[in-house]
Design a protein around this ligand. Structure first.
Ligand code: ADQ
Length: 466
């Protein structure tokens, strides 16, 4: 393609497969590798006073350009509006969403700071691709600074139901900001549908043939499900390090079956409900005692946000209680681990698991489900249990799809997964792995960028006379 790709996201984390910085970083790092362009974002560091000083480096084959933020910015924009207002609201936790004016101000200020500092990097024929809920108003800030380039926006998390989104003070202003983009992408048809309902029923807009018109403007919209760096992940799963970990896990299993979960430690991932569903399976299947265990890897994240401190404490308590109730001298039903692993190590551990248990209460996509599938041994694959509320469930129909709010349903699926005959496991896995390979991160990037290149410019007057 002509013109470079400028990717802008809150954090920048190029990596070649070491410990990862979460799903977005994993996906973007893979998408940008060997691609001409720049990745711009916050360094993760704080300074006394904002200077706008850019730091430019090559990281894992990608040019990254970062800025530092002030402590107040981080508190109001990142820990505040992004992670205490939008994240819980977009994950249906309106009970946890905090609406504070200082957060709004911090969010607006940091988006303006991003626009000021990225501006000198933008050349006339560049395409700009902005990511996620931290930066919804950035397109508008760039337009105010006279940027006429094609600008696309991709939301990694779900778009919430209309009535929930309407609880956000200034929700119209936030939605209106999306219409400064030439293309707005969502993970799933489900999110696209929720956005459509909001635009049509709440702000009297029109949606036709992939084009949204409202607020006197128009933009293209579409679903672009994010995928894995499938070749990279499969190669990691066949590496020496992965083999070592598979062997190490199998040895420690000692003939037992293993159920496995891997998540950022976040209330949207349904970890407490998962522990309770597993307890339900233990209670109702006494013969499984000492013959199965759950390995839950949960990396702490967003430690500064109180809801995350609370969920961490709850998980310590629930896992401790279940282990206390069921453990014997040589068996612990839940191994609960709060550290992070390299990609190859993780792939090796996934491969040793008979069941991958992925039960978020709400999730934009969920890459763990795809990683679990990609890591399996084709001759003896494990079973994926997947929440109907993960975006991945739209693509991964051959998983055992469950309602994560129902302990009994998840417990049934655990029993079924552990007992599933080899022929059925292989049949399901073959369909799943085909999807993971074809709808991978490269396809996601190419589909989005192609749609951005061909989108009509957003500043054309809306065609239906709105
Ligand atoms: P996340 O909420 O971070 O991403 P997810 O898609 O599951 O969720 O990605 C998590 C990533 O972090 C995976 O690559 C996983 O391997 C890695 N990870 C988690 N725990 C780890 C550990 N202990 N050690 C090493 N790696 C670990 C957001 C959205 C998702 C969406 C992605 C991408 O919330 O819905 O799928 O962005 O768009």
């Amino acid at each position: 393609m002509t013109g470079r790709l400028i990717v802008i996201s809150n954090r920048v984390h190029a990596s070649e497969g070491g410990a990862t910085g979460g799903g977005l970083a994993t996906a973007l790092s893979a998408a940008l590798r060997e691609y001409s362009g720049v990745w711009f974002g916050w360094s993760g560091r704080t300074v006394g006073e904002f200077t706008g000083q850019l730091s430019v480096q090559r990281q894992a084959g990608v040019t990254v350009s970062t800025i530092d933020l002030e402590a107040q910015d981080v508190e109001e924009y990142y820990n505040g509006y992004a992670n205490r207002t939008l994240w819980p609201l977009f994950h249906y936790r309106v009970d946890l969403a905090a609406y504070e004016r200082s957060f709004d101000q911090g969010y607006a200020r940091v988006n303006a700071r991003f626009a000021d500092t990225v501006l000198p990097l933008i050349e006339a024929d560049d395409f700009i691709w902005i990511h996620d809920y931290h930066l919804i108003p950035l397109g508008r800030e760039l337009r105010r600074r006279d940027v006429r380039n094609r600008i696309g926006f991709f939301l990694h998390i779900p778009w919430p139901a209309r009535r929930l989104f309407a609880t956000l003070p200034n929700h119209r202003e936030l939605a209106e900001a999306l219409f400064e983009y030439d293309l707005v992408g969502f993970q799933t048809e489900d999110s696209l549908q929720a956005f459509r309902e909001y635009i049509v029923d709440e702000v009297d807009g029109v949606i036709e043939a992939g084009e949204a018109q409202a607020f006197g403007r128009s933009c293209r919209i579409g679903a672009f499900p994010v995928g894995l760096d499938a070749p990279g992940f499969e190669a990691a799963a066949r590496s020496q390090a992965a083999d070592t970990w598979t062997g190490r896990m199998r040895e420690s299993l000692n003939g037992r079956q293993m159920i496995m979960g891997v998540d950022r430690l976040d209330y949207s991932k349904g970890l407490e409900e998962r522990f309770l569903a597993y307890e339900e399976a233990l209670t109702t299947t006494p013969e499984a005692h000492e013959r199965v265990f759950l390995l839950q890897i949960a990396t702490p994240s967003r430690n500064e946000v109180p809801a995350y401190q609370e969920i961490r404490a709850r998980l310590d308590a629930v896992s401790g209680r279940i282990n206390g109730a069921y453990a014997t001298v040589d068996w612990v039903p839940i191994r609960y681990v709060n550290r992070s692993y390299r990609r190859d190590e993780l792939a090796g551990i996934y491969r040793a698991a008979d069941v991958g248990l992925v039960t978020p209460l709400r999730d934009g996509m969920n890459l763990v489900a795809k990683e679990y599938v990609a890591a399996q041994d084709p001759e003896d694959p494990g079973v994926l249990i997947l929440s109907q509320f993960a975006g991945a469930a739209e693509q991964m129909r051959e998983a055992l799809i469950v309602n994560p709010f129902s302990r009994e349903e998840v417990a049934d699926a655990i029993r079924r997964g552990l007992a599933m005959p080899l022929a059925e496991r292989r049949r399901r896995w073959e369909v799943l792995v085909h999807g993971v390979r074809t709808e991978d991160v490269g396809a996601w990037r190419d589909n989005f960028v192609d749609a951005l290149k061909t989108a009509p410019p957003s500043d054309l007057p809306a065609t239906s006379g709105l």
